[in-house]
Design a protein around this ligand. Structure first.
Ligand SMILES: [Zn+2]
Length: 252
């Protein structure tokens, strides 16, 4: 079974590499693929695939998030999202707990990540259930991370890299990310992927080659600025909400 999945994934990878060649954004090497039906990603059981790149992106993303975690920013987010006016003590408590949980998860995450070979796309169980189109789209997403890495643009603005990979996936599938009302986002991932992809679409959707535009550093800066100023703060209470220990602090 695993062999069959891998063989099919290799064919899928041929198509995806060819696709990026046609877009003028080729990857110069062929990434390895592994299929691990028993692997469950620490970030969520529905994860279809993961990839480890050379530097630890998670670490840098966490630093970026920390930077946004000033008391005022957090207070604004709570008010915007929950209409909750938080006292100084409450904000401080959320901030401290959130920081600790970030440190904890990054340590666990780092340990798990170290087991994964570099630049190898690991496919997990839900991959099996996807149709051909969805399987290709999954590889389009992961290979896009590699293309950004190879062109040294990936670590510049770490908050937007899931947005660009997600947008690459959307346009490949012929789907368009519609505006996702931020109020309807119920977890941090939907902001980091879906809403960020929408911001990417706004910036590059009308250009003659959105893939090439996404590699442009000025465009990335523009996307990052918009995402961080308008949407990223919404993630904070959502991330915090996902930390069970913080639930009691919430007032809705
Ligand atoms: Zn990704």
């Amino acid at each position: 079974m695993s062999k069959k999945i891998i063989n099919e994934a290799q064919k899928s990878l041929d198509e995806v590499l060819e696709f990026y060649e046609q877009q003028g954004t080729p990857l110069s090497y062929r990434p390895k693929i592994q299929y691990d039906p028993k692997y469950v990603c620490p970030d969520g059981e529905k994860t279809v695939s993961i990839i480890r790149l050379k530097r630890n992106m998670k670490r840098k993303s966490i630093d970026a998030m920390k930077g946004m975690l000033s008391g005022e920013y957090l207070r604004e987010a709570y008010f915007k999202f929950y209409r909750a006016e938080m006292s100084d003590e409450e904000i401080k408590a959320v901030r401290t707990t959130f920081m600790r949980s970030l440190e904890g998860s990054s340590n666990n995450g780092r340990e798990a990540l170290r087991q994964i070979p570099l630049r190898t796309i690991i496919l997990m169980n839900p991959y099996e259930e996807l149709d051909r189109g969805r399987r290709n789209a999954t590889l389009v997403h992961e290979v896009w991370h590699l293309i950004e890495e190879e062109r040294h643009v990936i670590y510049e603005f770490p908050m937007i890299v899931e947005g660009t990979a997600q947008y690459a996936e959307y346009i490949f599938s012929g789907a368009k990310p519609f505006p996702i009302p931020i109020e309807e986002c119920r977890n941090a991932a939907s902001v980091l992927y879906g809403v960020a992809a929408y911001v990417v679409q706004e910036a590059v959707g009308k250009t003659s080659n959105p893939y090439r535009s996404m590699l442009n550093l000025e465009k990335r800066e523009e996307i990052n600025a918009k995402f961080v100023s308008q949407y990223a703060s919404w993630m904070m209470p959502l991330v915090a909400k996902e930390q069970r220990r913080l639930v009691t602090i919430f007032r809705q």
